[in-house]
Design a protein around this ligand. Structure first.
Ligand code: ATP
Length: 605
């Protein structure tokens, strides 16, 4: 932030990359444009370039302020910078539906008119400095960090200055960025691949860069270490307290016998609590809590901060657990929705009293200078137990160790009776490390609703929408939903969902989708069905249906079961939005294929 770095790059290079990426429809092309961009970027500023292409100034988990510029201020800044009445800016915005385009048009108009002035155009006041990445980044930072009295004027002045120095194209992207509407939909995987090609020596080095990123979820930080110090340095990277580690995730199965077989015999079986995952970091008297999506949720849980300081003996550690709401009168656990109520309260101290929580710990990733992610589970647990002074509200998750399917089933039923969602079964062997950022078979979830007809709900991403008719005129009638395919880093369509929405859900749809609407299919979406509008993959919803079926019009798992057909859901129904999940956290193609196969087995059994 605001540091004095000599190496810099013209901002126009970045703006042109944005423009190119916006116009393309293939992911390979997207990667190539990023490769081009990274080749031109001085290593010293690679972190900033990466944040900017993601539409951010810093990783979300830092919990630093966003730009915080109101639309009105933005309009004013454009008016000032282009010497145009605000009413004209607003009219143009209305006409074009995009403030970025409005700024671009006004800048073009201004360029033309000064060209028309012939030599007069070169009077010194009109002489502009070329914008550079650092100049733009540092100005954005100053805008974001300006707070308190007078900050609106400061933000306005800084912004007007930037737009004034910008070319029409640059102005378009500066405005969109400030509005939070850059939304190019470039995924982490695409950036990692481009980094591997440019700095790692080829796409084959991506796993090394990815591992570093999994341990330190800061793409900018990892890219900078790679660009400045090389691949070898990245290999030795450890988690750092204060930077979240990307969470390890579970596969799913529904038969105790199969689960134990897959886990390699004897396994650690724990309650799967229905709360919010928390990665708790501590260094001295500082505590950070990160969510499953790596957001900094420390402020929402002052009680958990206090428990940590009181019951964690290590001075420096990263541990993981589930935060669960409970009834203080009975001690009973309450479902996840209860935590959502707590989040909606404005006064956290009142919320804390109304919705008290307990923490059930299940893993340890780092303690006193040592990286535990590469150590087997029993070693991690032993250390975890050593550094905790257990209490009613801060303790190790309920567990048993067993190789017996009946015992597992019994424990599963007990878990449900106690208000958990089911159990997590964890492999105990020597290779059972903490696989940061990966969904694998070392952890297997066995959940209650697997016993219903469509075995479980799935989380799918909105990639398109269909206009509503009749009672739904003016909003959308259905959404085109997709699963995530991590191997190809694309979203493959699964179903068109139109039921399950309340009137309120429907009324909110246009507003919710608006910022994500694009005029062509997003390059990371694979679809045969053509919706009325395309949407950048961002919003995740939980969906249930009657059964998983094969379909020739959906692209999820195309050819995996039979040539020319994909996987779909019959009678899909919307259950709720999952704001705690990002598009890459959606149910994967592979999971849907597995669910389809499981269902077949059940039918034929
Ligand atoms: P779901 O939507 O089923 O919670 P998910 O995609 O968020 O799944 P999974 O890895 O599939 O994540 O399931 C593990 C999740 O269950 C964790 O993210 C965590 O929040 C929660 N959980 C509850 N109890 C445990 C436990 N004992 N061990 C690990 N995770 C647990």
């Amino acid at each position: 932030m605001g540091e004095n770095i000599k190496a810099d790059m013209e901002f126009s290079i970045l703006a042109s990359t944005f423009e190119k990426i916006e116009a393309i429809t293939s992911r390979t092309q997207m990667t190539m444009y990023l490769v081009d961009l990274f080749r031109k970027t001085p290593p010293e500023i690679i972190d900033k370039v990466i944040y900017l292409i993601q539409g951010k100034l810093w990783p979300d988990w830092m919990g630093l302020p966003e730009l915080g510029v109101a639309e009105k201020t933005l309009v004013k800044a454009i008016a000032l910078a282009t010497n145009t009445p605000e009413s004209k800016v607003e009219a143009l915005y209305k006409k074009l539906g995009d403030l970025g385009k409005a700024a671009e048009a006004l800048k073009k108009e201004r360029e033309k008119s000064s060209a028309g002035m012939g030599l007069l155009a070169f009077i010194p006041t009109e002489k502009k400095e070329k914008l550079t990445v650092l100049k733009v980044y540092n100005t954005f930072t100053r805008i974001a960090l300006a707070t308190g009295e007078g900050s609106r004027d400061i933000k306005l002045k800084l912004l007007a200055g930037l737009i004034s120095d910008a070319s029409p194209k640059e102005a378009k992207y500066i405005v969109r960025f400030v509005e939070g509407r850059l939304r190019l939909g470039i995924g982490d995987a695409t950036i990692l691949e481009a980094l591997a090609i440019v700095y790692g020596g080829g796409a084959h080095t991506r796993p090394i860069i990815e591992r570093a990123y999994n341990l330190r979820a800061d793409l900018g930080n990892v890219a900078k270490v790679l660009a400045l110090k090389g691949l070898e340095e990245l290999k030795g990277i450890k988690p750092e307290v204060g930077i979240p580690v990307r969470p390890m995730l579970a596969e799913r199965l529904s038969s105790p016998m199969e689960i134990l077989k897959k886990a390699g015999g004897k396994a650690l079986v724990e309650y799967k609590y229905d709360g919010e995952r928390a990665q708790i970091h501590r260094k001295g008297s500082n505590v950070w809590i990160f969510s499953r999506r790596l957001e900094n949720i420390t402020k929402q849980y002052p009680d958990v901060v206090e428990y940590t300081l009181k019951h964690l003996k290590s001075n420096e550690a990263i541990i993981e657990g589930e935060i669960v709401a409970y009834d203080p009168d009975t001690g009973e656990l309450k479902p996840f929705q209860e935590l959502m109520h707590r989040k909606r309260k404005h006064d956290i101290h009142i919320a804390m009293k109304e919705y008290p929580v307990k923490v059930f710990l299940f893993d340890l990733l780092y303690a006193d200078g040592e990286d535990y992610t590469n150590k087997p589970i029993l070693e991690r647990r032993k250390k975890l137990e050593e550094i905790i002074t257990p209490s009613e509200v801060f303790r190790i998750a309920e567990y048993i160790m067993t190789d017996n399917p009946e015992e597992l089933e019994k424990f599963f039923l007990k878990a449900i009776e106690d208000g958990a969602e089911g159990v997590m079964v964890k492999a105990l062997h020597g290779q059972a490390i903490y696989q940061a950022g990966a969904r694998g078979w070392l952890w297997i979830k066995y959940k209650r609703d697997y016993k219903s007809e469509m075995i479980d709900t799935v989380d799918l991403v909105v990639v398109g929408a269909f206009h509503g008719r009749g009672r739904r005129g003016g909003t959308y009638g259905a959404l085109l939903m997709a699963a995530y395919n991590p191997e190809k880093d694309v979203f493959e369509t699964v179903c068109k969902v139109g039921s399950g929405f309340t009137d309120e859900d429907l009324a909110k749809l246009p507003e919710m989708l608006k910022p994500y609407i694009i005029d062509h299919k997003h390059p990371r979406v694979v679809a045969k069905m053509k919706p009325d509008v395309w949407v950048t993959p961002a919003l995740v919803a939980e969906i249930i249906g009657a059964e998983i079926t094969l379909s020739p019009i959906h692209t999820c798992g195309m050819d995996a079961i039979k040539p020319g057909v994909g996987i779909s859901i019959r009678f899909p129904r919307f259950i709720r939005w999952r704001p705690d999940k990002g598009p890459e956290d959606a149910t994967t193609t592979k999971e849907l294929i597995e669910m389809y196969k499981k269902q077949l087995k059940k039918i034929t059994a």
